[in-house]
Design a protein around this ligand. Structure first.
Ligand code: PAF
Length: 283
């Protein structure tokens, strides 16, 4: 496995593999990898000749009140995990390599980014779509892998990829969970022991909603009310939002028709956890 730092090295490595006719899979990450990321690397390994993992803590997706410096990092451990999962290249650029000082261009996906996480993090998604565009432009992958855990991000990137004709497949892989149902996240290390115990309430809230839909409930207001009730059972949980939206435009819907995304964001102390499920009729 190779560790590359610059765009030029990355371009050169991919060009050489392309000459050998290999397809390229990209797993974009911000590092501090866990089993959720590794499941993406394994999916990429199964489907591509060359697997690239990018590790870059992207400053432009952090808001002014969000602590970029506090974001966890452990490159040595990440490299060992990537090697074990079968990655060929880890690309770990510095911020100055990724962004020119006078950079003036943003990639913005309208409509899908203002609600849900975009409401409390208004500049977050333009940071994500801008850096992901840059990663796509340098690596030129055939497929890029994202987790369903960050469903809004995955749907926004999928829309951007279609709208801007990037010509690659966005593969959305299932959320990987701890034994008690908590979705794996690099932010889970910030939870206190009590927060961590109570955080499994997110999965229970999603289960309750799935159960209601399976039993025939279609009204999203009723489902959201029940989800709020379940979340209230955890005394340390402070819900940021509970939303049910369509999976195309990510706009609120009054009834579940076909499929809809139930997405939650809940604070435990200063740590904001997100989770979601796709509610499907007839499953
Ligand atoms: O999900 C993440 O880790 C980041 O938002 C991503 C997609 C790597 C862009 O910085």
């Amino acid at each position: 496995m190779e560790l590359l730092k610059t765009k030029a090295e990355m371009r050169q490595a991919v060009a050489a593999c392309r000459c050998d006719g290999l397809s390229v899979g990209l797993v974009p990450t911000m590092g501090y990898l866990h089993e959720g990321h590794i499941s993406l690397v394994r999916a990429a390994r199964a489907e591509n000749g060359l697997v690239v993992v990018s590790i870059f803590v992207n400053p432009t997706q952090f808001g002014p009140s969000e602590d970029l410096a506090r974001y966890p990092r452990d490159l040595e451990r990440d490299l060992a995990l990537c090697r074990e999962a079968g990655a060929d290249i880890v690309w770990n650029p510095e911020a100055a390599e990724m962004y020119a000082e006078d950079a003036a261009t943003w990639v913005v996906v309208e409509g899908l980014t203002e609600r849900l996480c975009g409401e409390s993090r208004p500049t977050h998604f333009r940071g994500v779509t801008t850096v992901v565009s840059k990663l796509f432009n340098v690596v030129r992958p055939d497929r890029a892998y994202f987790g369903q855990k960050d469903a809004q991000q995955a749907f926004v990137v999928r829309r951007m990829t279609q709208d801007l004709d990037f010509g690659l497949d966005i593969v959305i892989c299932p959320t990987v969970r701890e034994a008690d149902g908590l979705a794996m996240s690099s932010r889970n290390i910030f939870l206190s022991p009590e927060d961590r115990t109570q955080a499994s309430v997110l999965r229970r809230a999603l289960d309750a909603a799935e159960g209601m839909v399976a039993a025939g409930e279609r009204r999203t207001a009723t489902i959201k009310e029940r989800v709020q009730q379940v979340l209230a059972e955890a005394s340390l949980a402070r819900p940021d939002y509970v939303e049910i939206v369509d999976t195309n435009r990510l706009q609120p819907t009054e009834v579940v028709e076909g499929e809809a995304l139930l997405a939650l964001a809940v604070f435990f102390g200063r740590t904001r956890l997100i989770d979601n499920t796709i509610l499907r009729i007839g499953l």
